[in-house]
Each structure stands twice: as C-alpha cells, then as structure tokens.
Design a protein. Sequence first.
Lengths: 294, 257, 362
Amino acid sequence: MSGSLILQSVVLGVLLGGLYALLAAGLTLYFGVMRVVMIAHSAFLILAAYLAWYFTSQTGLDPLFSLIITVPLFFIAGVLMQRLLISRLRPATLTMMSVLLTFSIALIIEGMLGFVFTGTQRRIRLPYSGTSFEIFGANVAVVKLIAFVLAAASLLALYLIMKRTRFGQALRATIQHPEAARLVGVNTDRVAGYGFGLGLATAAVGGTALALDSTIYPSLHWHWIGPLMAIIVVGGLGSIPGAAIAAMVLGIGQALLQLPLGTTWAQTVFYVALFATLMLRPQGFIGGRLAQRF
Amino acid sequence: MTQTQHESSAPVSTGRSLETNGLRKSYGGVTALDGASVSFQDGKVNALIGPNGSGKTTFFNCVTGMIRADEGTTTFRGTDITTASPHRIARQGIGRSFQLCRIFPRMTVMENMLAAVRPTSVWRMIGSARDAGDQERARELLARVGIDHLEHAEARDLSYGQQKLLELAGVLMADPDTIMLDEPAGGVNPALIDRIANLIRSLNAEGKTFIVVEHNMELVMSLSDHVVVFDRGRPICEGPPSLVQNDPRVLEAYLGI
Amino acid sequence: MTASRTVNRGVKIAGLLALLALALAFPSLAPDPFILSVGVVIMSYAVLATSWNFVGGFTGYISLGHAAYSGLGGYATALLILDAGLNPWVAMFLGAAVVAVLAVPIGIASLRVRGASFVIVSIALVLIMLLVFQSWGSFTGGSNGLRVPRPFGPDVLRPEQHERFFYLHVALLAVALFVWWAIDRSRFGIGLKAIREDEDKAEALGVPTFSYKLVVFVVSAFFTALGGGLYALWFGFLDPIFQFSILVGSYMVLMSLLGGIRSLFGPLLGAVIVGYALEFFKAQYGDTQFHLVALGLLLALVVLFMPDGIIPAVGQLFARFRPQAASIREQTQAELAAQRRGEAAEAEPDDAMAVSGEEARR
C-alpha cells in the first residue's frame, strides 16, 4: 500500500464523510425533536436524486438548480408528515410505531419510483463528469468535490440556524428538554414540525449531491439507511455534532478499508462500529444523553 | 436471591434504613443534585419536601437506580446499592411509586398485581401466573386499598384515583420494607388523601418504613415523623415536623429571595 | 359466573378443534398442487409471524429484521447438510440452535437500551447478512444461491412433497403457538407484558427486564430459524436477496400487527390474510413494483388506524353487543372524564367507590 494511495483514500473518505454527516444530521434532527427513527430518510434521499436526474434530463440544466424546487418541497413535506402522520401516533408507542410508519413510507416511495421511473439504473451525464484534478497528489473528481462543498455548506447553514436564530434556540431547547421548552413558551409542536422539515431538507440536498456522481435505482436507499443509522448511534442519538464526527470517522474508515478489503466488505465498518458502540457505550461515543433513555 | 424476600418481610434493625452520601447529578449545565447526603430512619415515616425543581424526584430516581448519579454513594441497610440496577434495588426491599402514577394500562387490575410477584426459581417462572396463593394475597391488598371489586377491569379504565390506589397496592404486592412514594396525594381528591394517609399510617404501624415526597404540607405535618427539606439539590435542614416548620431557612427556600 | 366460564372454555376448545380440523383437511380440499403450495407458503408465514410475535407481542419491541434469523436458519440447515453431511431434520434443529446462540450477543447489544437502537440493530442485521452472504461466495454460494438437498427421496412427487411440508409446517406452528400460550399465562409472561406496558415501572417493581427481554428474544430467534430451516427444506433453494430481504421481515410485522400482536392467533390470522393477498397479487399481476406500494399503504393504514389489530377490534365489537360488559367501560370512561373535570374544582366524592362491585364483575 503506497502512501499516495492512502492519501487518496483519506481524501475520498472526507468527501464521502461530508455527505454522510449532512444526512446523519437530518436523521438526528428527527430523533431529537420527536424521538422518531426515520427509516424513510434515505428513501427521500433517493427520491431527491431521482428528481434531480429527471429535472436535468427534462430541462438540460445543471442538477444543482433542482435544489430550488426540491429543498422547499421537502421542507413542506417534512412539516406535513410530522403534523399529519407522526403526531397522530400514541405517545406511549411512538418510537416503535413511528418506525413502522416511516418504514411504510419508504416502501411506498421505493415502489412509486420503480413504478414511475422503472427499475433501470440512472445516471446524470454532465459536461464535467469526467473532469478531475489533483490535491496533494490525490486524484479527486470535480463532481465529488461539488457534492462535498454542497454538503458542507448545508451543514454550516444548519449549524448557523441552530446556533444563531431564535428558531434554532427553540429547536435545541425542544431536543434537550421538551417539557421545559414548553414551560418557557416554546410551541414544541410547531418546532417539531419545522425540525422535521429541516431534516427532510437535508435529504433533498443530499439527494442532489448523490445524483451528481452516482448511479441511482429505487432500492438504493437500503444501502444508505444502514450506515446512516449506525452513524447516529455511534455519535450518540440526538447529538448533531456527534453524528457529524462519527460520519467523518466512519467515512474515512470505510474509504481506507476499501484498499485491503474491497468495497463490499468495507461497508461492514459501519455495522462493526454499531455493535461495538452498543456493547461498550450504548449512549454513543460522542454526544448523546438521550440514548440512555430511548 | 431467595433470601431477600424473607429479609424484607421482617424489618429488624431500628437504625438507618437508607443513606446517601454526596449524591451529585447534573444534566448538561443544570445541577439537579448537588452533593445530597441524607439518612432516613428505619420504621418511620420520612418526608422529603422542598420547592419545585429542588431535586426531590431526581433524588428518588438516583436512589432507586433509575438514573445513575455522577458522584456519591447510596447504601441500604449497610449494602452499597449505588450502581445496582433498579430491579436489584427493588429486590433488596425498596418499593416506589412514580410522580404521575404509573400502572400497566392494558393489563387487568389482577395482572397488575401479579406482575409484582417475584418468581424465585425458573420452575416458578414458567408456572402459571394465576397461582391461587398469589391471587389471594393480591385480593387482600386490593381490598385493603379498597378496589378489590375492580379485579377484572383493565387498569386504563380506572379513574385516576383508583389508578393511584392500584399503584400503591402493586408496590405492596412486592413486599418491600421501605416504600418511597412520589407525591401520593398529588392530583387526588381530599377524601382519597385521607384514605391514603390512613393506609400509610397503618402500614407504618406494621413496620414499613416510608419516604414520601409531598407538596401537601398539611399531610406532611400530620403524617411524618421526620422531615428533610431539599433546596437546590441538597438537604438544607431536617428534623421533626414541628421544628422544620419554623426553621427560617425553610421559609426562605419556599418563598425565595 | 363459573357456569359461563365453563361455557366459554367449551367454545374455545371447540373453536380450536375446528381450526385444527380445517388445517388438517386443507391438503385434501385443495383442488390442485399450486393451491397446496400456496397453503405451504401461508403456513410458513404463519410460523414466522408467530415466532416474531414472541418479541413483538410480549415486549412491544418491533423487530424489522427477523428475516435475518429465518435466513440464517435456512442457510444453517443447508450448510449443515451439505458440509457436515447431517440428516436434514437434525440439521434443521441444530441450525436453529446455532442461530439461537448467535442471537444472544445480538440481543445483548440491542436490548440494553430502549426501543430505538433495537430497531436500528434489527434492520442493520438484515443488511449485514445480505452483504456477508452475497460476498462470501465460497461458503454460502454467494449471489448464485445455494441448492438445498431434499429430505424426501426423488420418488416422493411434488404434490406429495407439498402435502408433507404442509403438515410439518402446521406441526411447527402448533408447537410455536403452544409455547406462546404457555408463556402468556406464566409469571414470566406477566413480567414481559409489564415490560411492554411500562418498562421503567416493571423494573422498579423488581422485574429483571433485561434478562426477560433477552430470553424471549432468543426463543423468538430459535423459532424463526426453525421456520426458515423448514421452508428451505421445502423450497430447495436459497438466494441471499430473498432470504435476507427486509421485506420478509416487514411481512412478519404487518401480519402480526394486522391480526393483533397481543392475541395468540393474531399473527396466524394476519398471515392467512396477507399471505393470501400476496400470493393472489403475484399470480394475477406478476412481480411488479406496485406490491411494494400496496404493502406500504397497508402497513401505514394499520399503524395509523388499527394498531391493535383485527382480533381485539372484533372482540370489542362483540363486547358492545353484550350489555353487561359494555356498561363497565362506558361508565368508567364517563366517570374518568368527570373526574378529570372535577380535578380543577378539587371537590369530588370518593371516586374509588364510583364503580360499584356488581358492575365490575363480568
């Protein structure tokens, strides 16, 4: 194994980790505001990727422009989903029943994608698809870099929303202590709805980033939900910084393990980390005081 | 393990029942317990009072193992139970109720009672739960709290007051010798408060130790032998009710600065 | 009261015998081998759903990944026959035992903290298994699949095979139902149901919740693996895509939930309904993506509008026609509402006596 090969892997891992981090942040948001494990997150991710692909194939414009439509659309879909579906479930069985509900949404999305776009594998062809350049001797495709920048910018925006705005404050209060948040006058129902919308918006961004350099097909979401769920457990359920760090570490780990093991076995790094976390530190390695109770 | 039930049914020592030493617990930046060292008397009715947010419920949860304290130790009859799991602590002889009454809503009243029975062997574990002896004991306890006529009803169909009585009966079914009650009079009508108070008195006369968190001062003063006042996560004064009632620190804690 | 209870028991036993007679007569009633094979598939679903319900029904923990155990059971059976040369039936039981042993560490990892991580692990497990069994071609046959030797000789023809396997599945189902019933009435079962209702409360009462959950989880994995093994012996071929499919796991959930997870026969009823619908769909429209949509919609509807399932819903419907039983619930709910209203005023007569003894005695 040469040094440049390792460097190449690390760079690829960081680029991939950025996307994981953004998507895991979305999953964490749902769990934080509603204690919901949102299985349909990655199905929405693939849906957004399909929308980006369809947008480009119809208009000929760059897929990045599809964000103008998909981000608000997904935000609204998220709010509606929380208000109309999730909030109907009985609080006592919320965690379990919400899993089933979001799972069924994932199935519906997958089925509809297959129905509308058929199971054929799709890929966006861009003028700059083949272009790549060198950083520190590592070869990086331009599309991967764009995807990473998109993810990083969205993550930064999410961070700023959480830290700097009143809404973000209310959101964090709701995540940390819903009862206390209600006492100080936060409308936790509305905040939870917006939190859901924000989470789904990350799937819209992630989907577009994914569509840039991946081949997509309807059942692809199962390949994403496993690693993403592993990430949020390792990072500590409910902690966004924890999820982001875990995403980076595991993304790099996956990229490095691809060298000796190949792509398929490298994926197991997520599951190994998941089991190790639950065995050694079930509340997560980084953040996550919520996990103790859920 | 088989021993504990025998031990718990016959309280012998008259010294300290439950003792904590420097319990500390914080959530993020908020300190809920700030080095709480308390000891409760065996065979007495102990009351734990204090303003809202003074850490009483957190204290209960730490002592019963529901949450783990960051620092400090808890001993019960000389045994260290700081890191024991809740069911082990329960099996040592500590029973507890919850602030907002918790029962098993989709089980019948009788099943709620039988859930507190501890099978002592694998054989008993796979044996039928509807053991005649257990059911008889359950009926006695239900009769004692006055809801034996509801044996076959589903617990969620009971009124709040009835649920509270069921919760108490369930705790008694496990035969603890120290019973921790979190606001037994919270949200129930005056007639029922009297009934609960009488139950506590008669159980105490039979040797059960009580540790009661309560906001109803009238009840606390008439019921308890020993009062501990909590403020900001630690005890600020303790003693017999009459003494505590007139302590300036207590007034200050309650009325604020 | 005792008279009505004896009548009740009589009705139950008669119903049970009728059910058994129907199951045993099915192969001779089935018009052709295809219908018979559909019967085998439905019975296999019933075994899997009932096995799933050891965890789902008693503890309320919803596993979406039980396909991992049925798949492992199938592969363990096949590999023990092929590589170790064991008798098929011995291989099936030994395979299930191996899966049960594997379930111990999996259970320890996923049951230590509450719900959310259990679900996450259950899904992850199927995905891992799919990954491993597809990639590890030298051992598992990989994506090409694995041919399972038939336990009955070549002289046993197809319809005869179906019939034998139908009875075998019925027998396995009967054992699983019996064990479920035995747990349901035991002290262990009461403890498990307490966990389902309120885990903290159960723990505070002295129920060792973790050990209870782990034991019933392993029992569930064992029966699921037996179901997987028996199916593999019948079907004769294993492909990781179908064995470790998240869909198989979700069928088990949907069937149990639809029938009613708190009822002994809930999963069986659900398996008959959903299994029949699935096979009907497949026969009519072939394998389209639309069955995913239908499955998703059905699951969502059940979760939103009928989370208790058919059996309790029908039970309540019957209870409404029985005047006595109905009066308890209505009275207590009206009373509950009155009590809630009264709480603000803080002046109410002693509500503990509000439901009189006569009314409460069913």
